[in-house]
Design a protein around this ligand. Structure first.
Ligand code: ADP
Ligand code: MG
Ligand code: MG
Length: 208
């Protein structure tokens, strides 16, 4: 039921808000020092919106609310990108009140496709996709081994963290960090980090 979906989003929001300074510091090194501020603003608004939501809504409705709120409140590249991701996950979960691993995988795939279409980026360009695509692959690999949804999420989280580490080794070719060229190397991508934090919060929440 939607109370569970709302609580899951709240767990994600809390993780983002807790890491606001950290995300902003990462963006200060290779961007314009606002990623944590942008994301925290967005999730503050999301949490306010969800508090007033009727409990008779499906997962799709909850995610659509998240996506629309992020698009309308987060400035910068990350707002439309994460907003699109949640909107696509919403479209992939219409009429659902609970999720199994296969349904969650479809939602993650839809979210990633949305980010790629919107941002015209590929893996290896030092963006959130460098956390999300390996996460998706690890999730699917877990599914093929008949792992549970929570186990798949934990595999996805671990792969996302490796993806975050990988962003330190490459140069940015999309977003503001691309203006730095070679000087972006050695720095951890803020958006990959926020993507990891969301997956980690979701895995922890579902494990509880
Ligand atoms: P802005 O760069 O507009 O200030 P943010 O600081 O909130 O926006 O977000 C920056 C993050 O957005 C980057 O760290 C990167 O992960 C992500 N990003 C930027 N451009 C793209 C893109 N075209 N595709 C995917 N992710 C992107
Ligand atoms: Mg920024
Ligand atoms: Mg900005």
């Amino acid at each position: 039921m939607s109370a569970y979906a709302i609580a899951a989003i709240q767990a994600i929001g809390e993780a983002i808000i807790t890491n606001k300074e950290n995300l902003t510091a990462l963006d200060a090194a290779i961007g314009d020092a606002d990623h944590g501020i942008n994301m925290a603003r967005g999730f503050e608004a999301v949490m306010t919106k969800l508090t007033g939501l009727e409990p008779d809504k499906d997962i799709s409705f909850v995610l659509k609310t998240v996506g629309m709120t992020l698009i309308s409140t987060v400035g910068g590249a990350s707002g439309p990108l994460y907003g699109t991701a949640f909107m696509r996950a919403a479209a992939a979960s219409q009429g659902k009140w609970s999720l199994d691993a296969a349904a969650a995988a479809q939602m993650l795939a839809a979210a990633i496709t949305g980010i790629k279409e919107r941002g015209k980026a590929q893996r290896g360009e030092k963006t959130m996709l460098d956390a999300l695509e390996p996460a998706y692959e690890a999730f699917v690999a877990g599914m093929e081994e008949q792992r549970t949804l929570v186990e798949c999420l934990e595999l996805a989280r671990d792969a996302a963290l490796q993806g975050v580490e990988y962003t330190k080794t490459i140069i940015a070719t999309k977003g503001r960090a691309s203006y730095l060229g070679e000087r972006s190397r050695g720095h951890q991508d803020p958006g990959a980090t926020s993507a990891y934090l969301m997956l980690a919060a979701l895995a922890d929440f579902c494990r509880r």
